[in-house]
Design a protein around this ligand. Structure first.
Ligand code: AMP
Length: 273
């Protein structure tokens, strides 16, 4: 496995090898969720590039940038064992300078849901993803459905800016009890870990209602809110795949999204129905 920190060197290397490239951008503290993206990228491309970069511009003041889990050595080993060909491991100064061109998330779709509780978060996400895509110039880039709004905004950016990379969505990997894997799960104490399962139960109950043909969004989200009640709920929404609110759930074209706080840890989850 080759490791690069310099963007220009990586760019030249990838240009010279002239192969199909699958790209998996991450913030490290790798788990099975990240590995499933790598596996999919390996199936579909000749070369797989993973980036590990805890992007400062997507954290708001007072968020967990400083204490975000960093496991550099373990991550390198995981990448090697997962058959990653190239690891891109830049420092902030390799990516950003003092006076920057930057991208703004769309004013409506970028400022609802997670963008509402974290204004400017998606400006940082889109800016870094654009930079990373320009450095790697991949054939395909892989993003988890777990971060559904991020996936939606990145797909929108690629379409609206006429970029040629293919964005490939990947299903959410879960623990045996259903909790979606996340690098932030390490923040949870063992009682909080149990509390977090309310998020899974709420989505499960929504799935059960839909299977009984109860499709009214308000009925479904009210039931979900009852299950989530002890947690601090940021949002519970039913949207279509274009991320517009819908009153009646459309099977095959809907996402049910939850964000709730367990202690101080914000957890996201969703199901695509
Ligand atoms: P992160 O390191 O949290 O920025 O995540 C990097 C990529 O992995 C993003 O595209 C995430 O959506 C994806 N990802 C995170 N958790 C999971 C999971 N449990 N299953 C599948 N993909 C995931």
């Amino acid at each position: 496995m080759k490791i690069f920190s310099n963007p220009q060197e990586l760019k030249i290397y990838l240009k010279e090898i002239d192969k199909t490239v699958g790209f998996v951008p991450t913030m490290g503290a790798l788990h099975e969720g990240h590995i499933s993206l790598v596996k999919k990228a390996k199936e579909q491309n000749e070369v797989v590039v993973v980036s590990i970069f805890v992007n400062p511009t997507q954290f708001l003041k007072g968020e967990d940038f400083e204490k975000y889990p960093r496991k550099d050595e373990a991550d390198k080993q995981i990448c090697k064992l997962s058959g990653v060909d190239v690891l891109f491991f830049p420092q902030a100064e390799d990516i950003y300078t003092d006076d920057e061109v930057s991208l703004n998330a769309p004013r409506i779709r970028g400022f609802v849901l997670e963008g509402n509780s974290r204004p400017s978060h998606f400006d940082g996400v889109l800016t870094v993803v654009m930079k990373l895509l320009n450095i790697v110039n991949p054939t395909r880039a892989y993003f988890g459905k777990k971060d559904a709004q991020q996936l939606n905004l990145i797909s929108l950016m690629v379409k609206q800016l006429f970029m040629s990379v293919e964005i490939v969505p990947v299903d959410t990997v879960r623990e045996k009890d259903g909790l979606a894997l996340s690098s932030r799960n390490v923040y949870l104490s063992s009682p909080q870990r149990k509390e977090a399962l309310k998020i899974v139960s709420s989505l499960h109950s929504a799935g059960m209602m839909v299977s009984k043909n109860i499709l009214n969004s308000e009925l479904i989200t009210n039931e979900m809110r009852k299950i989530l009640a002890p947690l601090e709920i940021s949002y519970v929404e039913i949207l279509n795949r274009d991320f517009q609110k819908i009153e009646i759930l459309e099977i095959g074209n809907s996402v049910i999204l939850v964000e709730a706080k367990v202690g101080v840890t914000r957890l996201l989850d969703n199901i695509w129905l």
